[in-house]
Design a protein. Structure first.
Length: 198
């Protein structure tokens, strides 16, 4: 539950599926920045991906709920799923800012891979005005320190390993195990729903 007057991290993504590196990133940012909470925001219609190649939003939301259930520092928002049209980070941050007011500190958590293309985002210049941008390291991607406003961005090094949602989908398609790459409940959900098999 987002509380006014607190320090809140906002971490968006397609989460198709959410995996342990996503969770590690959220918790490392929370620890390093002394955040009260990190809100995971599954994209409704990802603006830079082919909607036909993305799992239904409700499945991605359900997996995020399962992944966050055991950690009191994590919550999941339906904001982008319920908003019509493509999901834009600037609009999401604007909605959070309107809800929590000016006395709440917002931190927008993004991986180094996504941050490298932040200038191509819709209304990207508003993002660092609405929240401090927290760029978290990701295996194989340099931290783009020179592409972000120095006074509104923070760099966080996250321990991790090379893993992506794409790789997990490919493993499922090939019939390979994904246990320990995603939470057990997420693996069970993927199997039950028959996700990523075609």
């Amino acid at each position: 539950m987002v509380r006014r007057g607190s320090r809140i991290g906002i971490m968006g993504g397609t989460f198709d599926p959410i995996h342990h590196v996503h969770l590690l990133t959220a918790l490392e940012a929370a620890f390093r920045l002394v955040l009260d909470e990190v809100v995971l925001v599954p994209a409704g219609i990802p603006c830079q991906k082919d909607p036909g190649c993305v799992s239904p939003a409700e499945d991605r939301y359900a997996m995020a709920i399962i992944a966050a259930a055991s950690n009191p520092f994590l919550s999941v928002s339906r904001l982008e799923i319920e908003r019509p049209g493509p999901s834009y980070s600037a609009e999401t941050l604007r909605s959070f800012r309107e809800f929590v007011g000016v006395d709440t500190e917002l931190f927008f958590i993004v991986g180094a891979d996504a941050a490298a293309g932040i200038s191509t985002w819709y209304d990207s210049e508003s993002v660092p005005r609405l929240a401090q941008v927290v760029v978290c390291s990701r295996w194989g991607y340099p931290l783009p320190a020179d592409r972000l406003p120095a006074d509104r961005s923070i760099l966080v090094k996250v321990p991790g390993w090379p893993m992506s949602s794409t790789a997990i989908r490919q493993r499922v398609r090939r019939g390979e195990p994904i246990r320990y790459l995603v939470p057990d409940g997420v693996a069970a959900y993927i199997s039950r729903r028959g996700l990523y098999l075609d």
